[in-house]
Ligand binder design. Structure first.
Ligand SMILES: [Zn+2]
Length: 425
């Protein structure tokens, strides 16, 4: 199973449970994680100690952030940069109080936190708006021991009783599950994790997991074998639908005392579909999706689909793979969506104006066409039912704005006969 970790993330200094020191670990993942993107929650990360070669599985949500390989200055996050929520405890260095966040909101160029002090008085702080690339994104510190629960490797901490700053450097699972923390004087302390974070014994985990699958995913339960190690549930075998794998992972992740889930499951669909049918079905789903996805590059070979595209927001990036994986006949699905925000309002307005012109065109009634602007290029994407409609779209776009380069990536899909999936609106 460890052979699946083929992508190098980077190196990170982590506390080694074997060497009992903080030392460099090579971190590897099973999926490619691009700089500037967020790894999915629950994604397993393999950490290999460079001193003793000890291998440990962590999960993406157990880390704060890493630098991507070869570009140490552009820090990217594994999970959200700001996990500060209303009611979280906060401590600002240089101040003399501990408080809780009453509310937070974002202005154009700053984030504002309203904080209630322990003595009941109120104050507010603002920080610059933090982007994925901000090197010092987390200005706040986890307060230990109060916030041992949920503290991640890499989190800056402030130990209240010791009155000192530090950093979380490891999670050690075994007899007693503990958080390793390096303090400002370089000493390391191990704090026992609270009961809610302690992992369950292997036998208990497997029994609970088997029960959960039989009741919640009965259709697939027979094909799946389960094992457990240090809070990690491993599922192996076959299932009928690609979408069952994420269902399975969700079900198993809910079991108390589980840190994360690893799967090695092969999809064996009960019915086979041609790549053309799968491709067209996916295109239809993409273009009917309410948020804009553009510059789509789609490859489908024997039911293995790979999609590279740009999108406008994080919600789309998160939701689209879940929508697409329900496509019948899929064996594997890899969706790489990169977020490209609208650079200028002007570009947006141009796109809207062009879309209006296309909508008015009688030849294009009933079509689904989207327009994306990027670097003075308008890319038309979507679905039409004839080649002449596709051509009409190009002409209408040129007519709408003669100063732009037009790329027409519209798909014509009516030539597929007898395919219920394409004909259903
Ligand atoms: Zn080691």
């Amino acid at each position: 199973m460890l052979k699946h970790f083929i992508f190098n993330l980077n190196s990170s200094h982590v506390f080694c449970g074997q060497c009992k020191i903080i030392c460099e670990h090579h971190l590897k993942s099973r999926i490619r994680i691009y700089a500037g993107t967020t790894a999915p929650k629950g994604e397993p990360i393999l950490a290999i100690c460079t001193k003793c070669k000890f291998k440990q599985i962590y999960f993406s949500q157990e880390f704060t952030r890493f630098s991507p390989p070869h570009s140490p200055n552009s820090i990217f996050k594994i999970v959200g940069f700001s996990r500060l929520k209303v009611n979280d405890w906060v401590y600002m260095p240089g101040d003399s109080f501990v408080g809780t966040i009453k509310s937070r909101f974002r202005l154009k160029d700053k984030e504002v936190y309203n904080i209630i002090r322990e003595d009941g008085s109120e104050t507010s702080y603002s920080t610059p708006v933090i982007t994925d690339y901000a090197p010092h994104a987390n200005l706040f510190f986890r307060l230990l021991p109060a916030y041992t629960y949920g503290t991640r490797i890499g989190d800056p901490i402030f130990h209240i009783h010791r009155n000192t700053f530090g950093k979380a450097v490891g999670l050690i699972y075994g007899k007693n599950d503990r958080l390793a923390v390096q303090l400002a004087d370089n000493s390391i302390i191990l704090l026992e994790l609270p009961p809610a974070m302690q992992i369950a014994p292997n036998k208990t985990l497997i029994e609970e997991a088997q029960h959960a699958l039989k009741t919640q995913l009965a259709d697939e339960a027979d094909g799946i074998a389960l094992s457990a190690n240090l809070g990690v549930l491993v599922a192996q075998g076959t299932c009928k639908y690609l979408s069952s794998i994420s269902k399975l992972k969700n079900i198993l992740a809910q079991i108390p005392g589980v840190r994360g889930v690893m799967d090695n499951i092969v999809v064996q669909p009960p019915e086979r579909y041609s790549d053309e049918i799968i491709t067209n079905q996916i295109k239809k789903l993409i273009w009917s999706y309410q948020n804009s996805v553009f510059n789509v590059k789609l490859k489908c070979e024997n039911g293995n689909v790979e999609i590279n595209a740009l999108c406008r927001n994080e919600t789309t990036r998160r939701e689209l793979p879940d929508i697409l994986e329900k496509t019948p006949g899929l064996i594997t699905l890899s969706v790489n969506l990169r977020i490209k925000s609208e650079d200028e309002f002007e570009q947006r307005n141009k796109a809207l104006k062009m879309a209006q012109n296309l909508r008015k065109n009688p030849a294009l009634q009933g079509t689904q066409i989207r327009i994306a602007y990027l670097d003075n290029t308008a890319t038309l994407e979507g679905l039409v039912t004839s080649a002449s409609q596709k051509q009409a779209a190009t002409l209408a776009a040129i007519w709408s704005n003669k100063n732009l380069k037009i790329i027409n990536n519209i798909s014509v899909i009516d030539h597929i006969q007898g395919n219920a999936y394409i004909k259903v609106a």
